[in-house]
Design a binder for this molecule. Sequence first.
Ligand SMILES: [Zn+2]
Ligand SMILES: [Zn+2]
Length: 446
Amino acid sequence: MSSIDWKQYLQKEYNCSCGRVHICDIEEIYIEENAVRRLPEILSRHSYKNLCIVCDKNTERAAGFQIYNELEKAGYSFKKILFGQEELVPDEEALIYLFSEVDNDCDLIIAVGGGTINDLCRYVSYKMKIDYYIVGTAPSMDGYASNVSPLIIRHLKTTFEARPARVIIGDLNIMSQAPLPMIAAGVGDILGKYVCLTDWQLAHIVNGEYICPEIMELVKQSIQKVVDNAEFAAKRDKQAIAAIMEGLVLSGIAMSYIGNSRPASGSEHHMSHYWEMMFLLDHQQDPLHGTKVGIGTVAAVRLYEMLKEKQEQLIPVKDFSIDKTQWKQEIQRAYGPAAPGVLSLEERIGKNSQEEVRRRTEAFLENKERIWEIIEELPDAEKIINVLKSMEAPFYPEQIQVSPEVFKHGIFYAKDLRNRFGLLQILFDFGLQEEFADRLINEVYR
Ligand SMILES: [Zn+2]
Ligand SMILES: [Zn+2]
């Protein structure tokens, strides 16, 4: 049923027009009905001896029991590892549990689930230098084909290097049964790519950051697939679910090609990561990754619209100065126990220094024609909201209990989570944070 010939992307060195060689180290991808039944046949082509199957209670019900059954029928033995908690967080505790449960002679982990299980198994298998497969249970995020694992270590959302799954299985019978908010979350994760691509192009212009037009094209394809099929996916049409899953996998391949999450994670992700950290610190329920990203996308697109309105008034910032002591206090207030990691990052890279702000604002304005053209290509916030609405998904922060204070902190300080230039840094550089944040808060909290 899959409309994509995955072979063209997998395990082949691709000499790209950007000057680099891209490779995606995934062996096989199956997005089709009954894909789970292929597992014994796939395994028969390898010589794995000690398998572990990792589920949580929900994913065991959705797909795990069926996998146990298929493998037992084919004569495979395996160890079951089950995460028992209601809300699984990819943190130290979950990692230690997984490390201690996986036998040291295990040579293949089969992860069953969506985001969190996938992130944990990808990281643990990478550290143990063994293979892992992923059986997706919902088209809920774009990490299936990715080669990095976002984890929460010392309260800080951090992206760790890892290796992609060897095999990705998206069984449409299983995926089309996923709860609607999960399907909508996958769509939200992809809507964010509009902002990612804008941030990336601006980083290329302002900072001379590496960019690859062909990877951008791949991400655009992914967006198109998802936007075209969102409404039908909400009705659980299997073709549409397949298209969403394909879009998610393509976005992951784009990340694997470049080796980091640049093409797939921009200011909308940074804001959503900040909210996530705050939800966890407050012991509040944390919504799905893609749900937050969808809301972050609406916010980021609105901020870009506000920036566009300001275009005639922007001038290079020459005498910028920051009160370092005060800034540190603000970071401590905004990040709480996660602040030390944020402070030491800035210590190391100094992206908020006077020289850097001056250099960036000058570079921005020297290239402003091109920059406004790029920003012009973004869809209206209204269009993003309509796609989310068609899936009954939330689109404003209030709908997922992000407080106005956390929302404002996100606009101000989410950029300090990592060294990745984008919209939020631009607002800082031109001194627009306060004004734009207040305007946006008036719009989205009613
Ligand atoms: Zn390239
Ligand atoms: Zn994402």
